[in-house]
Design a binder for this molecule. Structure first.
Ligand code: ATP
Ligand code: MG
Length: 286
């Protein structure tokens, strides 16, 4: 039985670039772009289908594709039988209810009686039910944000990231209905061979993702400060310490999470650290 995994990714849109980038960072080489609908990797048992994102959950559920990368919003909305395997950390957005700017919105119960235009009727109706809100849903497939201005609805439930599209359409965000990011989904029935390939792929993805928010840090410090610095930069196991040619000084190498780095930098300097270098890491195997 074949161990070649078929991965469905978005043909062109907000998920495409980061999906392709992630696969390439995993060391998997393939050609994409130029209207290609199918492609095969040169150096890993994986082939690619380039599709509209809406079709991906269905193709994965049917086994036409073995795995896929989609937004959780689409995966949740389509209600297909797929397994969410791994969140991928990109294409973060939220699905929100927005009302007209002039509406004096105070609380969820204000949504009662409204007509809401959306491309996400399933997620929205779940949210309304959960919150005991009685509103009607008007399903439209695109340009949702103009619905109130043309008299089609009182409110919308649509994807928001910065909120600028809402503002330019005279709307304001009222409630967040669902938070989403890209997710790797899989067909619930995969052969042993394909599951093994999926494990190999997930191993590479986690190495790449660990590396993304971790930096390699090198610094010089007086020997008397080393214990303090080790407590600030514990690293994966423990930091590497090498003596400098200048007596009484050492060079210390460690890794640090990017967000933690900004919290410890002042303390490192206060402990006497000098010549601090912070370097990107390509992969981390823990
Ligand atoms: P397709 O033609 O493939 O159907 P689409 O127009 O439906 O594409 P896109 O706008 O490309 O979809 O968005 C794809 C996914 O990216 C969305 O389902 C959502 O998960 C995420 N997304 C949408 N808007 C944003 C945004 N502004 N910022 C980050 N992620 C977003
Ligand atoms: Mg779509």
């Amino acid at each position: 039985m074949s161990n070649v995994l078929r991965l469905a990714i978005q043909k062109s849109g907000r998920l495409s670039e980061d999906s392709i980038k992630l696969i390439k960072e995993c060391g998997i080489e393939f050609s994409s772009g130029g209207g290609t609908l199918k492609s095969v990797a040169y150096n890993f048992p994986i082939e690619f289908l380039f599709l509209r994102d809406d079709d991906i959950p269905g193709y994965v559920a049917d086994g036409v594709a073995d795995i896929g990368i989609v937004g959780e919003n689409v995966s949740e909305e389509k209600r297909q039988k797929v397994r969410a395997v791994e969140k991928l950390g990109f294409s973060k957005c939220r699905l929100s209810i927005a009302v007209t700017k002039s509406f004096n919105y105070k609380e969820k119960s204000d949504i009662n009686g409204m007509k809401i235009a959306t491309s996400y009727p399933n997620i929205l109706s779940g949210y309304l039910k959960e919150n005991n809100i009685k509103a009607s849903i008007h399903e439209i497939s695109g340009s949702v944000e103009i619905a109130p201005s043309i008299g089609l609805s009182d409110a919308v439930c649509d994807i928001v990231s910065s909120g600028s599209t809402l503002i330019s359409n005279g709307l304001k965000e009222a409630e967040v209905v669902f938070r989403s990011e890209a997710v790797l989904i899989a067909c619930p029935e995969l052969s042993k061979g394909k599951l093994k390939t999926l494990d190999d792929l997930l191993f590479r993805i986690s190495a790449v993702r660990n590396a993304h928010n971790t930096k390699y840090i090198l610094l010089n410090a007086p020997d008397k400060s080393i214990d303090t610095i080790i407590s600030l930069l514990p690293g994966v196991k423990s930091p590497t310490i090498m003596p400098l040619a200048k007596t009484g000084w050492s060079s210390l190498h460690s890794v640090v999470k990017e967000n933690e780095f900004w919290q410890v930098i002042e303390k490192l300097k206060a402990a006497g650290a000098e010549g601090i270098l912070v370097i990107p890491i390509e992969k981390i195997i823990l």
